[in-house]
Design a protein around this ligand. Structure first.
Ligand code: HEM
Length: 222
């Protein structure tokens, strides 16, 4: 999930913040599993909530990666430049967070006594994309793959975007769901609306950055 821009010289020294980023993602991922466990015991309810919370955590990281370039293009300042320079690590942090979602959903399926079904193929393909992008997030891969690197990462990010949009947008279209006594409460409708708007807002930013009016070159003096 890198961009060739990471190969540019002048990247700020990022070792400590980057270690904190990965450590923080691991810690938050563990907490998102631990809290439902402490509340419900280690059972299917806890695993379902673990999957739900880790999906929400992942989508936050995904959104940062999704908008890093358009935001840096539209508003040039040290903050947006810093975000862009760290996009590779944010992408890898997203992959890590989503790997934790995978652990959660496999636990959930085991409690259910079921496995993956044909309908899971699009989501599993998203995992394939995430693995491919993470495996090629290096300067060496950027060099070796050439123009295919950009194609792979562009297709991958849009594919994962579509899976998130289908998941959250689908829940928005279905409308609020009534809680059933004894069952895991449905996710908050408000949260689904907010994430769906954020995802669509990300698309608008990408379009705006792509078609922004470019400053005209100053006329040459003879
Ligand atoms: C076959 C693979 C997958 C399975 C079996 C699976 C399973 C689950 C489960 C059990 C939940 C909790 C449902 C609930 O809230 O009650 C969940 C939530 C979710 N998952 Fe996954 N997941 C898979 C892959 C993915 C992928 C690849 C993405 C996105 C790229 C994703 C995004 C989400 C989202 C957005 C939610 C809803 C979280 C919320 O309610 O806020 N999942 N998933």
């Amino acid at each position: 999930m890198a961009t060739p821009s990471h190969t540019l010289p002048g990247a700020p020294s990022t070792r400590l913040p980057i270690l904190l980023l990965y450590g923080g993602v691991l810690l938050i991922g563990l907490l998102l599993g631990l809290l439902p466990w402490l509340e419900h015991g280690w059972n299917d309810t806890a695993a379902q909530l673990f999957a739900r919370y880790t999906a929400r955590f992942s989508v936050l990281l995904f959104l940062l990666v999704f908008v890093a370039r358009p935001v840096a293009t539209l508003w040039r300042n040290p903050l947006t430049r810093g975000l862009l320079m760290r996009r590779r690590h944010l992408g890898l942090a997203f992959a890590l967070a989503h790997a934790i979602h995978f652990v959660a959903l496999v636990s959930f399926l085991r409690f259910q006594g079921s496995g993956f079904e044909a309908g899971d193929a699009p989501a599993l393909a998203a995992y394939g994309m995430i693995v491919l992008m993470a495996a090629t997030s290096s300067n060496t891969a950027v060099r070796r793959l050439g123009r295919w690197w950009k194609r792979l990462h562009r297709a991958g990010i849009w594919y994962v975007f579509l899976i998130f949009l289908a998941a959250y947008g689908g829940r928005v279209v279905e409308g609020p769901v009534e809680a059933v006594a004894g069952a895991v409460p449905p996710g908050s409708y408000g949260a689904h609306v907010v994430v769906t708007i954020a995802l669509l807002g990300g698309v608008l930013l990408r379009v705006a950055a792509r078609y922004r009016p470019r400053p005209q070159a100053a006329p040459r003096h003879r």
